[in-house]
Design a binder for this molecule. Structure first.
Ligand SMILES: [Zn+2]
Ligand SMILES: [Zn+2]
Length: 446
């Protein structure tokens, strides 16, 4: 099976490609780039990518899929459908399901369900401790053999430095990155939003920035002590970003990610008590957003990850204090990145591709992902940076609707998602044709 992506603008920072070219795919692999005007391969399908950006497939390294256990919120299949609709070819499934993914059996289950769905690639993240309760290390080796690509107790951060040290030493032996949700629970306890001006105004209990920063510092020190690969999930504070910056200056193997809501909204958004503004870590104040922007610009932040966290509408309909933390994010991430970062010139398209594809592949050790090199997996994210669209959550592929971005208007979208050479998502304005057929791409103008 052959697919020709024609006349696209190819951006692949993994090999310094930034040029208008054709891209040929065969049997799920990338064959190579060719110049516009070269002869068309017989029998190939064609995607006319004129005016579009063609990038190596986007990888969301932080997603909650809720299966097994809470399939009413999300299944692996519904989450994978939302992923490809949002431009992601690969997602990583966090282990805080019921049961927790702390065993080879749950790891295998996740992989099998994802294969059955046949949409995005799904790589499971295994738990650091059994049942993620912080008391006993999980069997990382068995989970690695079954297919995990990292370990994390996300949602229930490893509480003690001693346990985290042992976890890092153990994970290092298996070449697994340790992903930590940095939050000192003794400081965060009972908090539902960022501690500051707005928590005082609204009479809601706050979570100080220090709760994240203390754990970020602790983890960077432990990475230095153990030599383990450390990745900080969803950094949201100036201090956490500065901790990563210092660790990198020392040459430590420390990386971090940021979630789109943390550069888009401040804690002021909580003032209507909309529980779709309640997430962990919480929306922060302006000074922290400025630090995130700085980190995205200067390379301190390595990856964009959604922390997609589906919850049922009935749960989110509770009082602010009682509603669960988290929002869905797979279908708005690329829009928020193109509209809020690329359009105003905060970052370049090339840097966006680094943050969404090249770097996540490198952090997770996924060879043949995050690149358009000949022979690599034909995973592609095709974007129209000029397409203006409105997000309508009622049309979401996710089973959950908990987002503060319903009705948001964006300039820039993912318009096609290709996984191992198969077109698994295509925006209704675009279509594939066979060579020899009359061109019908771009059935309507954006
Ligand atoms: Zn988390
Ligand atoms: Zn999470």
């Amino acid at each position: 099976m052959r697919l020709l992506i024609q006349n696209g603008y190819l951006i692949d920072p993994s090999q310094g490609v930034n040029t208008g070219k054709n891209l040929l795919i065969e049997d799920g692999r990338i064959v190579g780039l060719s110049s516009h005007g070269d002869g068309l391969p017989e029998g190939a399908e064609v995607f006319d990518a004129t005016g579009l950006v063609v990038a190596p497939g986007f990888i969301d390294m932080h997603v909650h899929l809720r299966e097994p256990g809470d399939e009413y919120k999300e299944t692996i299949a519904s989450g994978a459908a939302a992923a490809v609709a949002g431009g992601f070819t690969t997602i990583c499934a966090m282990p805080n399901t019921s049961p927790v993914n702390d065993s080879a059996a749950v790891t295998r289950f996740v992989i099998e369900q994802a294969e059955r769905a046949g949409l995005a690639s799904v790589f499971p993240v295994g738990a650091i401790t059994k049942n993620s309760d912080g008391s006993e290390l999980a069997e990382m080796g068995e989970m690695k053999d079954a297919g995990i690509i990292a370990v994390s107790d996300d949602g229930r951060p490893v509480p003690s430095a001693g346990m985290m040290r042992r976890a890092m030493e153990y994970a290092r032996g298996f070449h697994l990155p340790v992903i930590d949700h940095c939050e000192d629970k003794s400081l965060a306890r009972g908090g539902v939003m960022h501690e500051g001006h707005w928590s005082l105004m609204l009479g809601l209990r706050g979570i100080p920035a220090a709760a994240e920063e203390i754990d970020a510092e602790r983890n960077c020190l432990l990475a230095e002590l153990t030599g383990a690969r450390l990745h900080l999930a969803h950094v949201s504070t100036r201090g956490a970003i500065e901790a990563v910056r210092r660790a990198k200056e020392k040459g430590l193997p420390v990386t971090c990610e940021v979630a789109p809501h943390h550069w888009t909204l401040t804690d002021e958004a909580v003032q209507d008590y909309d529980t779709n503004t309640k997430m962990s870590p919480p929306l922060r104040s302006r000074e922290h957003i400025d630090a995130i922007i700085e980190g995205l610009r200067d390379g301190t932040i390595d990856a964009i990850a959604t922390d997609h966290a589906p919850h049922h509408a009935d749960e989110k309909a509770l009082e602010y204090d009682d509603a669960p933390f988290g929002i869905v994010g797979l279908e708005t991430s690329v829009g928020l990145a193109l509209d809020r970062l690329v359009k105003p010139g905060v970052i370049s398209l090339e840097r966006l591709v680094e943050l969404c594809s090249v770097n996540p592949a490198r952090i997770l050790g996924l060879e043949n992902y995050g690149t358009l090199r000949a022979g690599a997996r034909a995973d592609l994210t095709i974007m129209d940076p000029a397409l203006t669209w409105t997000f309508d959550v009622s049309q979401s592929k996710s089973k959950s609707r908990n987002t503060p971005f319903d009705g948001y208007r964006f300039r820039g979208a993912a318009v096609a998602t290709i996984v191992a050479g198969r077109t698994v998502f295509i925006h209704p304005d675009f279509e594939l044709r066979r060579i020899g057929e009359k061109s019908m791409t771009r059935t309507q103008s954006a």
